[in-house]
Design a protein around this ligand. Structure first.
Ligand SMILES: Nc1ncnc2c1ncn2[C@@H]1O[C@H](COP(=O)(O)OP(=O)(O)OP(=O)(O)O)[C@@H](O)[C@H]1O
Ligand SMILES: O=P(O)(O)O[C@H]1[C@H](OP(=O)(O)O)[C@@H](OP(=O)(O)O)[C@@H](O)[C@@H](O)[C@@H]1OP(=O)(O)O
Ligand SMILES: [Mg+2]
Ligand SMILES: [Mg+2]
Length: 339
């Protein structure tokens, strides 16, 4: 089986299986969560504090071996996964068919929707969310499938305003899919490598909001982002510049001394509405949104990125939020079919 990254599949089989058996024997209801994650994700997510708290609440995390049939492992109440590849998706789909009682977080076809930076934002655009608390949209963007030489003309015809953020169209978690650049002039756009999405850069005061959604729970943090590009700077600059993953850095902007017009969190009711709709439209329960506020406005927001099962280890109180979420899933399973 071809996997994108090294997969953490080493399991302490004896320990976990014995634990499952002994719990079943003592007739205590143990919630068994099978996880199929990369080793990087296992390290950042499955921290000792999470495992400890989970254990106290009767939740046991068990590593899944993605090379063995899922039905031979477990039994699981929940499967938590963020692996890629066609074969893995097929394994999960088959398992969902034969084990409808198990909650798979999240269904592979729903995640697949985020693997393209155009379809990713389509739900937000379709929602057209605008109410007394503000407006939420997506930056104007277009897709370039091939032929870099035509980009200046295509951009001109579409009336997109420079600077533009160039993002690889495919968003599959690979290092390449996170290689973004900022283009200041039309002619340099020819240097870009399609397939990509060209998105208008929206000035937002250098701060963005990461909105984490874990089931019904919503948590918002501030992160540093790209600084504004002034008209003067734009007129003097040319070229295409690669930029690093600024907002993914662990450093948070929550304690920074920010201009309140930039740092004020988006209104809670607006985020609740957005999260509720997106949960439903995307069919996902574990994701985050990168949201920016157009600089100089109070309530014009743009969603620029959606990530499936993001770095929850960086979310404040994630251990409590996540374990409560798992328990609530099991409770709703029991409502459908008594446990
Ligand atoms: N349209 C935009 N206007 C202004 N800044 C933007 C825009 N798009 C992206 N950025 C900046 O570039 C950063 C990376 O963009 P984006 O979040 O789309 O990439 P990513 O590789 O998917 O990131 P992540 O690590 O969050 O998955 C953003 O966090 C933000 O700082
Ligand atoms: O690496 P981190 O723990 O920070 O998590 C990042 C996560 O990487 P991982 O899933 O491999 O862990 C990324 O996933 P891919 O797009 O690459 O699939 C993406 O979701 C980022 O937005 C997350 O950062 P956050 O948005 O939460 O700051
Ligand atoms: Mg992002
Ligand atoms: Mg992303």
């Amino acid at each position: 089986m071809r996997m994108q990254e090294e997969i953490c599949c080493k399991i302490d089989e004896e320990r976990t299986e014995n634990e499952i058996v002994s719990f079943h024997q003592s007739q205590k209801k143990l919630v068994v969560v099978g996880y199929a994650l990369t080793s990087k994700k296992t390290k950042s997510f499955l921290q000792p504090k999470l495992e400890g708290l989970a254990r106290n609440k009767g939740i046991l995390f068990v590593a899944i071996d993605p090379h063995r049939p899922l039905s031979d492992q477990g039994p699981f109440d929940i499967v938590l996964q963020k692996l890629t590849g066609k074969e893995w998706r097929q394994i999960l789909e088959d398992y969902r068919g034969t084990h409808p009682e198990v909650t798979v977080l999240d269904p592979p076809d729903a995640i697949q929707h985020l693997h393209n930076r155009q379809s990713m934002l389509q739900c937000v655009a379709d929602m057209n969310l605008s109410n007394a608390y503000g407006k939420v949209g997506v930056p104007r963007q277009l897709v370039i499938e091939k032929d870099a030489s035509s980009i200046p003309e295509v951009v001109n015809n579409a009336g997109l305003t420079l600077p533009l953020v160039a993002k690889p169209l495919v968003n599959d978690g690979s290092a390449k899919s996170h290689e973004l650049s900022l283009a200041y002039d039309q002619y340099s756009l020819k240097k870009l490598e399609p397939p990509l999405v060209l998105q208008e850069f929206v000035n937002h005061g250098g701060v963005l909001f990461k909105v984490y959604i874990v089931g019904e729970a919503i948590k918002v943090v501030r992160r540093f982002s790209l600084p504004d590009v002034t008209k003067q700077e734009l007129s003097k600059s040319a070229g295409v510049f690669r930029f690093p993953r600024v907002s993914c850095a662990a450093a948070s902007a929550d304690d920074a001394d920010l201009d309140p017009s930039v740092g004020e969190l988006p209104p809670r009711p607006l985020l609740e509405r957005l999260a509720k709709e997106l949960r439903r439209r995307l069919g996902l329960r574990l994701f985050n949104l990168d949201i920016i506020r157009e600089h100089g406005t109070r309530d014009h927001f743009y969603v620029i990125d959606i990530n499936y099962f993001p770095g929850l280890g960086k979310m404040p109180e994630y251990e409590h939020i996540f374990t409560d979420f798992l328990l609530s899933l099991v409770q709703s399973q029991c409502k459908k079919k008594p446990c």
